[in-house]
Design a protein around this ligand. Structure first.
Ligand code: NAI
Length: 214
């Protein structure tokens, strides 16, 4: 099939479809219509059909979607049928929490190395991995095929570290530092700002309390 440009809005919705389909599959559900999926997920059936049409539709009209097939197809589109090797840069609160999160592994995201500048942390064990000094980054990256870096350092060091990671050939950065990274084209960056979600919640609380409904 010819590759067509898919909007990032559609891409952003795929993990949620994948999650719901995984749960349905675990429950032994074999088929689901866009209408049923729409009720379950709280999105319109036409949105679901439009999203899926970007990839050829997946289903048969009137017969619903084959849950297992759709789960695997969306997983394939998301690149989840390959394993991804990760490093975490910054073994503080956030870095440690992420390294300890087992569900990444279940999805094929394997943490292979954790780095920090703090000598007190270097050498400590974090889920079977020894925290390494950031000075070892380049040699480690030469020896391992790492495609994703998780950046959980303060914003001061983040830009420099991202550049080093890009020079080492990392393909993508999950950036928690509150700063825009300046990386070469071809390095994918996903910024995570949990405070943005809190601000959205704050806005919606006020909106609701002021009687505008949800
Ligand atoms: P933390 O202070 O517990 O950990 C940061 C770690 O990074 C420390 O261990 C420090 O030694 C290490 N570090 C500093 N410079 C480094 C470098 N150049 N190379 C390697 N390691 C280095 O901080 P915490 O709570 O883990 O937060 C980490 C960062 O994430 C902070 O910048 C914080 O503002 C940000 N943050 C972002 C959130 C988001 O939603 N985007 C949510 C929470 C925190």
């Amino acid at each position: 099939m010819e590759e067509k440009e898919i909007s990032q809005a559609v891409v952003a919705r795929l993990p949620r479809y994948f999650r719901y389909l995984g749960e349905l599959r675990d429950q032994g559900v074999e088929r689901i219509s866009s209408g049923e999926l729409s009720v379950l997920m709280g999105v319109t059936a036409s949105q679901i059909r439009q999203d899926f049409n970007n990839f050829g539709g997946f289903g048969q009209q009137g017969y619903g979607y084959n849950v297992d097939y759709l789960y695997h197809e969306i997983g394939h589109i998301l690149g989840l049928d390959e394993e991804h090797q990760l490093v975490i840069i910054g073994a503080g609160n956030l870095g440690q929490a992420l390294a300890n999160y087992v569900n990444f592994e279940k999805r094929g995201f394997l943490v292979k190395g954790v780095f920090d500048v703090n000598e007190e942390l270097v050498g400590r064990q974090l889920r079977g991995l020894e925290i390494m000094h950031i000075d070892r980054l380049e040699s480690f990256m030469k020896e391992h095929k790492i495609d994703i870096a998780v950046l959980t350092v303060p914003k001061d060091g983040a830009i420099e570290t991202a550049k080093r990671l890009a020079d080492c050939g990392v393909k993508a950065i999950l950036n928690f530092a509150h700063v825009d990274l300046n990386v070469p084209e071809g390095v994918q960056v996903e910024n995570v700002h949990l405070s943005d979600s809190l601000m959205k919640l704050s806005y919606n609380i006020h909106r609701y309390e002021n009687g505008h409904g949800s």
